[in-house]
Design a protein around this ligand. Structure first.
Ligand SMILES: Cc1cc2nc3c(=O)[nH]c(=O)nc-3n(C[C@H](O)[C@H](O)[C@H](O)COP(=O)(O)OP(=O)(O)OC[C@H]3O[C@@H](n4cnc5c(N)ncnc54)[C@H](O)[C@@H]3O)c2cc1C
Length: 444
């Protein structure tokens, strides 16, 4: 196992400062990492059990849109980064864990990553395939080659070394250790699925799938399906089931804001962003609810009661996203999708609801969302809350912690929030990076 003492640490910082700006080293590093991922041997040590890698630049955990965005912003400033990804591809959430009919929920101009717009000929709401194509082109443009099939199982700041130590499990279950001065957490708000605790769920006689495993309604043709959860995914899965001749029933436990995806010829999201520049949030909320009422009617009549707090205020206070309707509501109105209250318990294929009714179902789809996995691996509690794995400081201040720790994509503001974080992080790291460069000139 690699060990460096206090004195060695300063020497290391010096060497690191020099090497970071040494084009030959970087070229060699890049070449090596493209070939075999491991960097130049001078920064790699190994014991019989573990490979130890000292990376000169920031290490980014996660190769989703957030990880790619920050790697690109760093690259543009001439700062190399190492992206570690547990899956076998970039944007694994989009490639492996989303349903076929998914398109971006928000218009493309609010979803593009820094430094590269979507292709002009993409539709306003690109499909998941187009979004993945865009991300692949993005990674290629900025020469981002993540290290795939590597899971970070622990990361801790080493005071003596002045660096972060990461324990990583590689593709063949081998253990590796990486150290870095800057650690960027990009594992996302959707890293692990949330499964509700429902009595009897594990004994349900039919299939039970989380939306992360749901691909298409074609597998549920003619089946009576209970969809638990009424966020954007739950609503869209119901529509998909309808379109494949399934019989969806949606469980609506809480109040929910459903807004039309577009109003007054513009995207509801875009209009809200624009209105917020001029008016207080309560006024904009009232306006959105008024237009929604004209367009959708009183949603409470169909079992979708609205919260007392307006949609934007609720999003800002709790992170709860309003549902942007893409056609589900008209299917609820027509009775093709049935609304059900919360589930009390499940017995075999029979589901009992809290109003005492019981009904048989062929399958259950859990549209119950995701959570961060940061508390499972990051040994740090100042910046990240152990409770929900999100930064403790509210937006827009949650991106920076102490000791070179950063967070990208935890603002509950989607890809736009991630892009903002990425830009700020790269600017912040650049300052230290340039300082190290100046130091190099002095010692030369
Ligand atoms: C169905 C759906 C639709 C959405 N639509 C939109 C939209 O239209 N517009 C919008 O702005 N936002 C949207 N979002 C929200 C958000 O923008 C996306 O979830 C986006 O993918 C977040 O990017 P990310 O990189 O932060 O996280 P992710 O895409 O989740 O990427 C995180 C990566 O980290 C990896 N990882 C996790 N833990 C580890 C570990 N320990 N070691 C190594 N790697 C690890 C994961 O495998 C993953 O690849 C949507 C979300 C969902 C679920």
């Amino acid at each position: 196992m690699l060990f460096l003492g206090m004195q060695t640490m300063d020497t290391w910082a010096e060497i690191e400062g020099k090497r970071m700006h040494d084009p030959l080293f970087l070229k060699q590093y890049q070449q090596k990492s493209e070939d075999s991922y491991m960097p130049a041997s001078a920064t790699t040590t190994s014991s019989s059990s573990k490979q130890c890698v000292m990376f000169p630049g920031p290490v980014i955990v996660g190769a989703g849109p957030s990880g790619l965005a920050v790697a690109a912003c760093l690259k543009e400033k001439g700062i190399p980064s190492l992206v570690i990804e547990r899956s076998d591809c970039i944007a694994s959430l989009w490639q492996h864990k989303t349903y076929d009919r998914l398109s971006l929920h928000l218009p493309k101009k609010f979803c593009e990553l820094p430094l590269m717009p979507f292709p002009f000929d993409f539709p306003p709401y690109p499909s998941k395939k187009q979004f993945v194509m865009y991300l692949e082109a993005y990674a290629k443009k900025f020469g981002i080659n993540p290290s795939f099939n590597r899971t970070v199982i622990s990361a801790e700041h080493d005071k003596t070394l002045g660096r972060w130590r990461l324990q990583v499990i590689g593709p063949n279950k081998e253990e590796e250790e990486h150290t870095c001065r800057w650690l960027i957490v990009a594992t996302g708000e959707n890293a692990e699925t949330v499964t509700p605790e429902i009595e009897g769920l594990t004994g349900f006689s039919g299939p039970v799938v989380h939306t992360s495993m749901y691909k298409s309604g074609q597998h549920f043709e003619g089946k009576k399906v209970l969809v638990v959860g009424c966020g954007n995914s739950g609503m869209e899965v119901c529509l998909d089931l309808c379109n494949h001749n399934g019989q969806p029933h949606i469980v609506v436990r809480d109040t929910v804001h459903v807004l039309p995806r577009e109003m007054l010829g513009q995207s509801t999201f875009g209009l809200s962003v624009w209105l917020l520049k001029w008016f207080p949030i309560e006024w904009v909320d009232r306006f959105l609810l008024l237009i929604s009422w004209f367009m959708l009617g009183n949603t409470a009549r169909f079992g979708l009661k609205r919260p007392n707090t307006g949609p934007l205020e609720l999003k800002s206070e709790t992170g709860k996203t309003p549902v942007l309707d893409v056609g589900t509501l008209s299917k609820i109105k027509s009775g093709d999708i049935k609304v059900k209250p919360a589930v009390k318990k499940i017995m075999g294929d029979r589901v009992e609801f809290i109003d005492g009714q019981t009904e048989e179902f062929d399958a259950v789809v859990l549209a119950t969302g995701y959570k961060s996995n940061v508390p499972l691996w990051l040994k740090e509690t100042e910046m990240f809350s152990e409770k929900d794995g999100l930064p403790r400081k509210p937006f827009p201040n949650g991106w920076k912690g102490g000791k070179g720790l950063y967070a990208v994509g935890f603002t509950r503001r989607g890809l736009m929030g991630a892009s903002l974080d990425a830009t700020r992080i790269a600017q912040d790291i650049e300052i230290c990076w340039r300082r190290a460069g100046t130091y190099q000139h002095i010692i030369n």
